[in-house]
Design a protein around this ligand. Structure first.
Ligand code: GBH
Length: 450
């Protein structure tokens, strides 16, 4: 028996990328250095000694990439703006060449009938600001709002969908507690303060957007993973709650103006507490036009003292894994969306990222990536179920259009619908690209009923 999942007529199918992961040309047109250039220059920080100096060379090849998207049939493209291209030192004078580049990109997208979804911060902090304390320093908030204002003014009427921050969890936890991402800091206090300052910067940007009367809508793109306890023992239940709350830390206050208490307590046990100024929580909880959700998976976890920063460990009960070992948990998407419905009601939601990495290879001109097709199919099925259950999901943008520079994993992780040969820059659409193309054309998905 099979069932058909029909998507709403105006459902937005799309793809996502980010500037640093695809552009290359890091020295071109007056771009200033970012914290990722700095990290990549330290031996041992990026897998295989890779760096993003070329990446997908999309700075030069954006027209080819737009053709691939047009052929794919997507209605939306989510990309990010490199802050140090617009303000090479984070503040001061605008770099007109940076603006000109994104004008070309956005105009070409609009000419191809593709709606630009612009992320303002996908982890590219100008290095000059890091030297003054980066996100730990509240001056970075002001610099960011200034950059955002420049973008709103320059692109008013051209870009209608704005996203303030991508995955603040990664900024605070990967960047400032675990030290895996730039700026490579390992400190509880710095992580909690950065988490707070980034949320304030998010809110202040939304506030500025409204004040300027910019056309269009503004949202935010946190990542959430869904975790369940291995047993009903209180210590396991608490561990799963911590695993989940470390992500919702960046979501709940945006709607309620309050941090989840369990997490605040957890950080306190590590001696860390954020400095919160008067008015911050009101700013953080500015009304949004939509919520973006980056969803990659989840798993079963249990208590294990000292195992990681949350005193827990993942239990392998047999869920599929991608080639980086991340657990695949499609039902988690349904559960997360329903959890969000409780929190933010009918607010429109876009899935701003969802995808998996596999070690894909080109074989006789084809890239057989059946596992990615299965990944997409299972997640889009859960998305359909969530819509049926009343969650207001407006669109789905898969990660990613093409294989790219996967941060600390360098080029060892392929997430694309399009394969990129990083020596020749040859793009080869994978089988998943053709699968997605068909789905977009039909706007329905046939599934085996369970
Ligand atoms: C996103 O990060 C980024 O926005 C994007 O730039 C990136 O390329 C993409 O996703 C792919 O990674 O050990 O099973 O709990 C996602 C970062 C990766 C952070 C998975 C948490 C834990 C997996 N996340 N990781 S697990």
């Amino acid at each position: 028996m099979s069932t058909i999942i029909q998507f709403p007529e105006d459902f937005v199918w799309g793809v996502s990328t980010s500037a640093y992961q695809i552009e290359g040309s890091l020295d071109k047109d007056g771009r200033g250095p970012s914290i990722w250039d700095e990290l990549a220059a330290i031996p041992g920080r990026i897998y295989n000694g890779d760096d993003a100096s070329v990446a997908c060379d999309s700075y030069e090849r954006y027209e080819e990439d737009i053709r691939l998207m047009k052929e794919l049939g997507v209605k939306a493209y989510r990309f990010s703006v490199s802050w140090p291209r617009i303000y090479p030192t984070g503040s001061g004078e605008v770099n007109p060449k940076g603006i000109a580049y994104y004008k070309k990109l956005v105009t070409a997208l609009l000419d191809s009938g593709i709606e630009p979804f612009c992320t303002l911060y996908h982890w590219e902090l100008p290095q000059a600001l890091q030297e003054q304390g980066g996100w730990e320093n509240r001056k970075t908030i002001d610099a960011f709002v200034q950059f955002a204002e420049t973008m709103f003014r320059e692109f008013d009427g051209l870009i209608k969908h704005w996203i303030t921050f991508n995955e603040p969890w990664c900024i605070a936890i990967n960047g400032h507690l675990l030290g895996r991402h730039a700026p490579g800091i390992q400190s509880w206090q710095s992580a909690i303060q950065v988490a707070h300052n980034v949320l304030v910067a998010h809110g202040a940007t939304v506030h500025k957007f409204r004040k300027l009367g910019t056309a269009g809508v503004i949202g935010y793109a946190p990542d959430i993973y869904w975790y369940e306890p291995f047993s009903q023992k209180q210590e396991d239940v608490d561990a799963a709650y911590r695993a989940f709350s470390i992500y919702t830390w960046f979501v709940t206050p945006v709607f309620t103006g309050k941090y989840p208490e369990a997490m605040a307590e957890w950080f306190k046990t590590k001696g860390a507490e954020p400095v919160i100024e008067a008015g911050d929580m009101e700013l953080i909880s500015q009304k949004l036009d939509f919520l973006g959700l980056n969803f990659y998976g989840g798993n079963i976890v249990r208590y294990k003292a000292g195992n990681n920063y949350l005193d827990l460990e993942h239990v392998d009960i047999g869920y599929d894994k991608s080639d980086k070992g991340w657990f695949i948990f499609p039902e988690g998407l349904y559960l997360t969306l329903n959890w969000l419905k409780e929190l933010c009601g009918p607010l429109p939601i876009y899935i701003t990222e969802n995808g998996a990495c596999y070690n894909d290879e080109v074989i006789d001109g084809r890239v057989p990536d059946e596992r990615r097709i299965r990944f997409l199919q299972s997640h889009i099925t859960e998305l359909g179920r969530a819509i049926d259950s009343g969650v207001n999901v407006k669109g789905y943008l898969t990660w990613s259009l093409m294989d790219n520079f996967e941060w600390a994993f360098g080029y060892s992780c392929r997430f694309g619908l399009v394969h990129v040969d990083f020596r020749t820059q040859k793009r080869t659409p994978k089988e998943s690209y053709y699968w997605y193309q068909k789905l977009i054309r039909k706007n329905w998905l046939e599934i085996e009923s369970r």
